[in-house]
Design a protein around this ligand. Structure first.
Ligand code: FE2
Ligand code: FE2
Length: 403
């Protein structure tokens, strides 16, 4: 067994590394970071210069590079073409010592990347029920004793990569299922939101715009990816409780009677109650609360609970700014929408003591840090509102595509 300094050589080292990869795989569900780590470890385990993970695309009957070291663009090949394609089609490992003299080798990838392939090892990846998932490929076995530093892959390398491909296959299958569920969930919630917006055609794109504005603010304020996604989902569903508000109240143009006003306000608590019945899953348990608190005010005079300042989660304070700003810029049959800079100014007023729209003395409603973030975003985009449409991810979610 020949080795290279810094790479694992003993069976114990390799076993430990393989176990680490298995542990790591079990703890992640997001496909991309998971595969990045697996690909990196695969190279170390078999002392390869680089490794690539190809996935099988059932629709087109092609395999494509989902992730590869040294690759900056996706490469696609018909199933059966090239070493990876042949290993995937024939469901067996293929080991090649001299690529350019092998009939399997497709020099197209080298031509596209400027890399020189010498030795190759490809093993197929299958799901638990033997469906083809893709192929794991290691390229150029590093070997200090070879004249040019590149040797051939050994029987042991085949065993190690086959073992890794087996573990990775379980993870890839899980991650693909997870991604599929996520896409289904996204298209489902956007469809729900549209059903509410449809109750009042004059505010048809309200939810989409609130989502885009809230997501942009959350990202700008440096919230973690998980928190930004919570903001997105809560924004999509924030007015869902309106489904339980009578249409004539929702669409009434004139002043609302006390009873109607209460019915209108009840949409927040309805949002919480309805969403609480949904099993949101890990990390999303707070969605009903975040969504339902978008009419709370910092001075404690909002609804449904009259929470004050920090008692209101930051995510809900972000929704509040997005909701107010969108309502101000939106043109409706009975009012002309404000230009973004004026709407922003109104939001600033609402961060201080001010007179509310009923002329009442009112304390701070909106969080100044959140309004500040919105101001910075508007300035960076010169007030272009299309930016928020894109940020909402609405069309992608609706089409069940990845965000
Ligand atoms: Fe609302
Ligand atoms: Fe709203």
């Amino acid at each position: 067994m020949t080795g290279v300094a810094g790479l694992p050589t003993t069976d114990t080292q390799k076993l430990r590394l393989l176990l680490n990869v298995s542990r790591l795989i079990a703890s992640r569900l997001e496909l991309k970071p998971l595969i990045e780590e697996v690909v990196r470890q695969a190279s170390r385990l078999v002392s390869a210069d680089r490794s690539t993970l190809w996935l099988y695309d059932h629709g087109s009957n092609e395999i494509y590079t989902f992730l590869g070291e040294g690759l900056n663009q996706e490469i696609r090949m018909p199933l059966g073409k090239g070493v990876a394609g042949a290993a995937a089609l024939e469901r067996r490992e293929i080991v090649i010592d001299d690529a350019y003299s092998s009939p399997y080798f497709n020099p197209e990838v080298d031509r596209q990347t400027g890399y020189l392939t010498r030795s190759l090892l490809a093993v197929p990846m299958e799901s638990h029920d033997r469906q083809l998932l893709g192929c794991f490929q290691a390229v150029n076995r590093l070997d200090d004793t070879a004249p040019d530093g590149i040797g051939a892959f050994s029987e042991e390398d085949i065993d190690v990569l086959t073992a890794l491909a087996g573990v990775a296959a379980v993870a890839v299958e899980n991650a693909l299922l997870y991604a599929e569920q996520k896409r289904m969930f996204n298209s489902f919630i956007v469809t729900l939101a549209q059903s509410v917006d449809a109750k009042d055609p004059t505010t048809s794109n309200h939810t989409m715009m609130v989502t885009g504005i809230a997501v942009a603010i959350a990202q700008y304020m440096g919230l973690s990816h998980e928190r930004v996604e919570r903001v997105r989902i809560a924004a999509v569903l924030h007015d869902y409780g309106k489904i339980g508000v009578p249409d004539d109240v929702l669409n009434k143009r004139g002043k609302l009677e006390d009873m109607e006003f209460m019915q209108m306000r009840s949409h927040c608590i309805k949002t919480i109650l309805i969403l609480s019945r949904i099993a949101f899953g890990r990390g999303l348990e707070d969605i009903p609360r975040i969504a339902g608190l978008h009419h709370e005010k910092l001075d404690g005079l909002g609804y449904p609970f009259g929470l004050k300042a920090e008692e209101i989660p930051l995510e809900s304070r972000i929704l509040a700014v997005a909701d107010v700003f969108q309502a101000l810029i939106q043109t409706r049959p009975y009012k002309q929408g404000l230009p973004p800079d004026q709407a922003l100014e109104e939001c600033w007023v609402m961060t201080r003591w001010h007179r509310d729209r009923f002329g009442r003395e009112s304390g701070p409603h909106l969080d100044a840090n959140v309004v500040n973030a919105l101001g910075e975003i508007l300035e960076a985009n010169r007030g272009q509102l299309e930016f928020f449409e894109k940020m909402s991810g609405w069309d992608l979610m609706l089409a069940g595509e990845d965000l």
